[in-house]
Design a protein around this ligand. Structure first.
Ligand SMILES: Cc1cc2nc3c(=O)[nH]c(=O)nc-3n(C[C@H](O)[C@H](O)[C@H](O)COP(=O)(O)OP(=O)(O)OC[C@H]3O[C@@H](n4cnc5c(N)ncnc54)[C@H](O)[C@@H]3O)c2cc1C
Length: 544
């Protein structure tokens, strides 16, 4: 097998580079050792934000992220949703001090300066809110706040963003393989010759030849490149999030953690997310787990402004590793969010490019720069990038859910979720109902997943394992933890993929175990007992 470029990693960067390279006429192999978005991308805060935090230290990062956020809205309009944030002003005393007032004024000016970038991403300008206006918008806030300033940002389904980039690359001729791990870079005469890989589901091994290997394996990059003698300096930072079972606030709320670091509670799709921590991480990226301490740290910070979160049900605690550019000295949250491309040429591996740093929000621009570099390395004439103009699959039109609900026997909220996840392809999914009306069954009431959606994803979106459906259409990811949807989804996937009963059961156990791993750091006392009941009911708890 020969290609122009082999891309390693199906996170947003690998998938984004694969799409751009395929669009510019290169022959591409994309290898992902698990599924799209399982690393930092799908475990990020999912914000296509402009990086207001970096405006003073890294103005370029802010501008790039805002500009790219605008482009992502153009190519995937169905997949984004607005998240207006409130930055409340809290005083430690009954009467605010002069210093506190000056700080609030400075915050207002700072956010006002960010407004200059808002038109790039169709954001609304900020506003100062009086205490009365603040409590009218967000009554759940603790009493005694002195008003707030607003900040407009965007959220996205990051799993689907990765998947759509990879699928578009495939539609443009790229060879895309999930559950396939790159094991070794092949080298000779001081340059790369390709990679050796292994399908982790079948055990099959293979080799692909290519003059360029693009290492987009995120936090795995340094160890992977080191095996070829190439240093890739990175300072990985662990970030933890909690998911609450419903929309807990009307708006995103910026809070302070006990150490003064900024964090947030935000509505995200049908849930709320509390995030995030940022701590240096020296362990194995495959061994990442949330600790009970981290859960408490986040809850304490969130409860400082929204005391009711203490009574919320935490449905998931999940984490990822930031791939931050290495610097010795600064605290984790002060590290630059710039990105860098490392070339292995100096270390006897010319043609091995590794990406470090960057943001989900500027993935497209990072991919554009990487593809320009790959064309240079291949000695090809420059071809203009079009990834900011051509829609991602389903991004050409956002159908009206109410019209779809009139045309097909589905409720409007179900149609709305379908449009959110699939854009214009929602029509193709609903067309399956014409042949088999039973596919109109709603499998999950939390996430409004149609049986037809599961079948369509399995047929069209490179689903190889049942757990891939968590990331394609949120099977077992909602507040019900799969009680409603997992078994039927397993049967539907099994029928499509020809699995026998043993395989269906194994896939179901694996899917539900994923959820359990995201809940066990949260569970204690009565909740732990409830979990055991659930695992017993689903047959996952071994009875001695
Ligand atoms: C907690 C947290 C919150 C964040 N929030 C935001 C945010 O709100 N907005 C924003 O813009 N950015 C955010 N970021 C940053 C953003 O998520 C990352 O910059 C981006 O997702 C990195 O993508 P990536 O493709 O480089 O890495 P990853 O998404 O980690 O992808 C690397 C992939 O490589 C695969 N892989 C590893 N080894 C191999 C191998 N040998 N062979 C094949 N595949 C392999 C992995 O399975 C993985 O899927 C956040 C990051 C974190 C951790």
């Amino acid at each position: 097998m020969g290609y122009d470029v082999v891309i390693l990693g199906g996170g947003v960067n690998g998938a984004g580079v694969a799409r751009d390279c395929a669009m510019r006429g290169l022959s591409v192999l994309l290898l992902e050792k698990a599924d799209f978005g399982v690393g930092a991308s799908g475990n990020s805060s999912g914000m296509i934000h402009g990086g207001i935090r970096y405006m003073l230290s890294d103005r370029k990062v802010t501008e790039l992220a805002c500009r790219d956020s605008g482009y992502i809205q153009r190519i995937a309009p169905h997949l984004l949703f607005r998240i207006p944030f409130l930055m409340p002003f809290a005083s430690a005393r009954a009467e605010a001090t002069l210093r506190e007032r000056a700080e609030w004024y400075a915050t207002e000016v700072y956010v006002g300066t960010y407004d200059l970038y808002q038109p790039l991403k169709r954001g609304k300008p900020s506003t100062r809110l009086s205490p009365e206006e603040l409590y009218a918008l967000e009554p759940a806030l603790r009493p005694g706040l002195a008003g707030a300033v607003t900040l407009d940002e965007w959220g996205i389904d990051a799993f689907r963003l990765c998947t759509l980039n990879a699928l578009d690359a495939r539609a443009r001729g790229a060879d895309v393989r999930t559950w396939t791990e790159a094991r070794e870079v092949l080298r000779g005469d001081g340059r790369v010759r390709g990679v050796r890989f292994r399908d982790v589901l079948t055990g099959e091994e293979g080799q692909a030849e290519a003059p360029v290997v693009f290492n987009a394996t995120g936090a795995w990059s340094p160890a992977f490149a080191r095996r070829s003698g190439v240093p890739v300096p990175m300072r990985p930072g662990k970030g933890v999030h909690l998911t609450l079972d419903r929309r807990f606030s009307n708006y995103g709320v910026i809070c302070s953690a006990v150490d003064g670091r900024q964090m947030f509670v935000m509505p995200h799709e049908s849930e709320s997310i509390v995030g995030t921590t940022d701590d240096d991480y020296y362990g194995d990226p495959d061994d990442l787990e949330v600790t009970h301490d981290e859960v408490e740290y986040l809850l304490e910070g969130a409860a400082s402004l929204l005391p009711g979160v203490r009574r919320a049900r935490i449905t998931r605690a999940w984490c990822g590793l930031r791939t931050t550019v290495h610097a010795y000295g600064p605290n984790e949250d002060a590290l630059s969010r710039e990105h860098q491309l490392h070339d292995g040429a100096e270390h006897g591996a010319a043609g091995l490019l590794s990406l470090v740093g960057g943001k989900l929000a500027s993935y497209r621009a990072q991919a554009e720069e990487a593809t320009d570099r790959i064309l240079e390395l291949l000695d090809r004439r420059p071809v203009p990038c079009r990834t900011h103009e051509e829609p991602l699959p389903g991004g050409d039109e956002v159908p009206d859910p109410a019209a779809l609900a009139r045309e097909w026997p589905v409720a409007a909220p179900v149609a709305a979720r379908l449009v959110f996840r699939h854009g214009s392809r929602a029509r193709e999914i609903l067309r399956l109902l014409a042949d088999d009306p039973r596919l109109g069954l709603v499998l999950c009431r939390d996430e409004a997943i149609l049986a037809a959606e599961v079948v369509w994803c399995v047929r069209n979106e490179l689903v190889r394992r049942l757990q891939d459906l968590r990331r394609r259409c949120r099977v077992a990811l909602g507040a019900c933890a799969g009680v409603d949807c997992a078994r039927i989804a397993a049967q539907l996937a099994g029928r499509e993929l020809g699995w026998d009963e043993g395989r269906i059961r194994a896939e179901l156990a694996d899917l539900l175990d994923q959820g359990w791993r995201e809940r066990r750091s949260v569970a204690d006392g009565a909740q732990l007992a409830q979990e055991d009941r659930l695992r017993g009911a689903t047959g996952l708890l071994e009875v001695p």
